[in-house]
Design a protein around this ligand. Structure first.
Ligand SMILES: NC(=O)c1ccc[n+]([C@@H]2O[C@H](COP(=O)([O-])OP(=O)(O)OC[C@H]3O[C@@H](n4cnc5c(N)ncnc54)[C@H](O)[C@@H]3O)[C@@H](O)[C@H]2O)c1
Length: 448
């Protein structure tokens, strides 16, 4: 469909996306560093205390029509997104700390900011969690649900969702909980039926994150996964997502080192520069770092972080450039730095006639400051997807790969990791659902 002229402004034709009326309820699993930074940040923005920097939904624009049209509205003015003032948070955690206490513990935001927001943050108290230390070795949860089997626990989460639904108009769930041990899909994940039987028998293959996801998707609630856990990356949950028009979207927030990787690697490939080695190391001292210090949780993270380069470089197409690439990732728990992660990358590249060169990247980042706007955007875009007839029953929302270290795709389809392809895909999806012309960057018409 095309755009049309209205009062000199190009606007998209009316779309069939339902408006974002009323309150959007956001159910957050795990009220730790990322979650509390997102919640406190949203409240700070609502009060005009700070700007939502890093959030595409809040600050990004989208070009419509030709470059000569000069039409680039804010994304939030182009698509009907929930207004931040209509967002209501709740959540679960294995500790009883309210969001104020948890934010103070996480030490991401300064004391002054947290104190200013205290009356609001204190009101958000976690519901008891579904937790089993088998899946996160380094944590000892005390605020946890008890049930006779996993089905019982799933039903308790469903009851939490149903109760929350009575207070808001729409609901989205996001996992901001810890990284679970590395799990591969098994027979229990093959179909909804097998999964439900597995809930009855408390199958060991079903991790807590999958119990929440199952509850959400059963209730038609979209689900995002900020951690690298298997969670919805399994046929049973994909099927449930489609069946109940509850969108899902891949896993593991793409924040620091992988974000940089998926910017730099496409540049090397675009210029046909070879890469022989990529060594990445990190020091991190927050609770996430502590959890990842356990080899089984680290394995889950490592798999997620390793994937991007192989897909971007396509060594099978470019054996001379990337076949022998040695890629190594290390995460070291180092308490003195707290949430202020430091990442180093040494990249050994080679150019014309094979001459070697090196690139060093030293990223001194703030993990949760980078992750919070991503969590917010995922929530707002999943809620949009649920209201878009074109998207809601497709299950996986590949256009949200932009935000994730491990994009999820249809079976047999390789994931796009290149940040700029992902960004283009995201924006074209928005144009598409709003009935605006897609932008191909061909641009021949300017030379007619
Ligand atoms: N910060 C980043 O840049 C970033 C990037 C990518 C992914 N992640 C992932 O996001 C997740 C959250 O990171 P974080 O820094 O906020 O960690 P965190 O340890 O501060 O918070 C995680 C919270 O989840 C809770 N939790 C664990 N298991 C739970 C369960 N079964 N139910 C309910 N609550 C549970 C923990 O008690 C904790 O409060 C981690 O898995 C991390 O790997 C973070």
């Amino acid at each position: 469909m095309s755009t049309e002229q209205q009062g000199g402004q190009k606007t998209a034709r009316a779309s069939n996306v339902a408006p974002a009326t009323g309150k959007l309820g956001v159910m957050v699993v795990g009220l730790g560093a990322v979650a509390t930074t997102m919640i406190a940040g949203v409240e700070a923005v609502r009060r005009g205390l700070a700007k939502p920097i890093g959030s595409l939904t809040q600050m990004g624009t989208i070009r419509l029509g030709k470059r000569t049209d000069n039409t680039s509205p804010l994304i939030k003015d182009f698509v009907p997104l929930a207004d931040l003032n209509d967002v209501v948070f709740t959540g679960w955690d294995i500790f009883e700390d309210n969001v104020y206490e948890s934010a103070a513990h996480a030490k991401v935001l300064d004391e002054k900011t947290i104190e200013q927001l205290k009356p609001y943050l204190e009101t958000i108290k976690p519901m008891p969690a579904v937790f089993d230390q088998y899946y996160v070795k380094r944590l000892h949860g005390t605020h946890v649900k008890k049930g006779k089997n996993k089905r019982d626990l799933a039903n308790q989460v469903i009851a939490d969702i149903q109760a929350f639904k009575k207070t808001v108009d729409r609901v989205v769930m996001i996992w901001c909980g810890s990284t679970e041990i590395f799990l591969k899909p098994t027979a229990v994940h093959e179909s909804i039926e097998a999964f439900e039987k597995g809930l009855d028998t408390s199958d060991i293959g079903i991790a807590p994150s999958q119990i929440y996801a199952y509850a959400a998707l059963s209730e038609g609630v979209p689900f995002a996964n900020g951690a690298p856990n298997l969670t919805v990356d399994a046929p049973a949950l994909i099927e449930l997502s489609k069946k109940n028009a509850a969108p899902i979207c891949g896993k593991d927030f793409k924040t620091g080192q992988t974000f940089m990787k998926t910017v730099l690697a496409p540049a090397f490939k675009a210029r046909m520069l070879g890469v022989s080695g990529w060594f990445s190391t990190n020091i991190l001292g927050n609770r996430d770092g502590e959890v990842l210090d356990d080899p089984e949780s680290f394995k889950t993270k490592e798999e997620s972080k390793l994937g991007s380069l192989d897909y971007i470089f396509q060594p099978e197409l470019y054996p001379d450039l990337y076949k022998d690439l040695y890629h190594k990732i290390r995460i070291n728990y180092y308490p003195p730095r707290g949430d202020d992660k430091e990442a180093w990358d040494n990249i050994d590249i080679f150019g014309w006639l094979g001459y070697p060169m090196q690139i060093k990247v030293n990223f001194l980042c703030r993990d949760s400051i980078l992750a919070a706007p991503i969590a917010l955007d995922l929530v707002l875009f999943l809620d949009l997807a649920k209201r878009a007839p074109e998207l809601r029953s497709r299950g996986i929302q590949e256009w949200l790969s932009f935000y994730l270290k491990s994009p999820q795709t249809a079976a047999g389809l390789y994931p796009e990791h290149d940040l700029f392809i992902q960004s283009m895909k995201l924006k074209n999806t928005l144009r598409h659902i709003m009935g605006a012309d897609l932008i191909t960057h061909l641009g021949l018409e300017y030379y007619d």
